[in-house]
Design a protein around this ligand. Structure first.
Ligand SMILES: O=C(O)c1ccccc1NCC(=O)[C@H](O)[C@H](O)COP(=O)(O)O
Length: 208
């Protein structure tokens, strides 16, 4: 039986790292995009990573970053996976010799099969809503836009998920993983342990 993996993104507090991993999250996301209210400093990121137990992935999130920024973060923070959430091309993402995710900001007319093929080196494609500010918008997109031919082992469903819609989302899309930020928060960057637990319970409900 497939166990849908879970990434909790946009953490800024150690207690939220503990809440996420204790609830069964497979990955946590740290935002290194300064315009985001969830952006963390290198020092805070290193503190958060130190609180992550073995076998939980740490994902570093960037939006159209300068190469130097990514290299500076990698020099100070133990990231397992890079996530690029802007307009990056494959070469922009692959140059760091780390597993990387490419986010697609989904809207009608975006050919997701072509998008997937143009980022073939990605370890996964994260499908998010097309929102102002690139991501973290708390908005869903039309899941019927996801082509059946998209390899589900590469698909991470994101965008406006929460405990109320994630069971239906997983049952309809059957992604490899789901990703959430706003749906488990009390305010941007401040997560709720109760919402995290309810979200993961909703995922497990769909897994059967
Ligand atoms: O989280 C942010 O502030 C953010 C800002 C700019 C680009 C991406 C961002 N987050 C990336 C994520 O992976 C979020 O989890 C994803 O966009 C879903 O967010 P939400 O709809 O709030 O669950």
């Amino acid at each position: 039986m497939h166990r849908t993996r879970v990434k909790i993104c946009g953490l800024t507090r150690i207690e939220d790292v503990h809440a996420a991993v204790d609830a069964g999250a497979d990955a946590i996301g740290l935002v290194f995009y300064p315009p985001s209210a969830r952006c963390v400093t290198l020092e805070r990121a290193a503190e958060l990573v130190a609180a992550v137990p073995p076998f939980v992935s740490v994902v570093g999130l960037f939006v159209n970053p300068a190469e130097a920024l990514v290299r500076e973060v990698l020099a100070h923070v133990r990231l397992h996976v890079l996530q690029f959430h802007g307009d990056e091309h494959e070469a922009d993402c692959a140059r760091f010799a780390r597993p990387w995710l490419k986010a697609a900001r989904v809207r009608a007319g975006l050919d997701l099969l072509e998008f997937n093929a143009s980022h073939a080196g990605a370890t996964g494609i994260l499908l998010d809503a097309f929102v102002e500010g690139y991501g973290g918008g708390g908005r869903t997109f039309d899941w019927s836009l996801i082509p059946s031919g998209l390899n589900r082992r590469r698909l991470i469903l994101s965008g406006g998920l929460d405990a109320d819609n994630v069971t239906e989302a997983v049952r309809r899309v059957r992604p490899w993983a789901v990703d959430v930020s706003s749906g488990v928060e009390v305010e941007k960057g401040i997560k709720s342990a109760e919402k995290i637990s309810a979200f993961i319970a909703g995922v497990r409900n769909a897994d059967g």
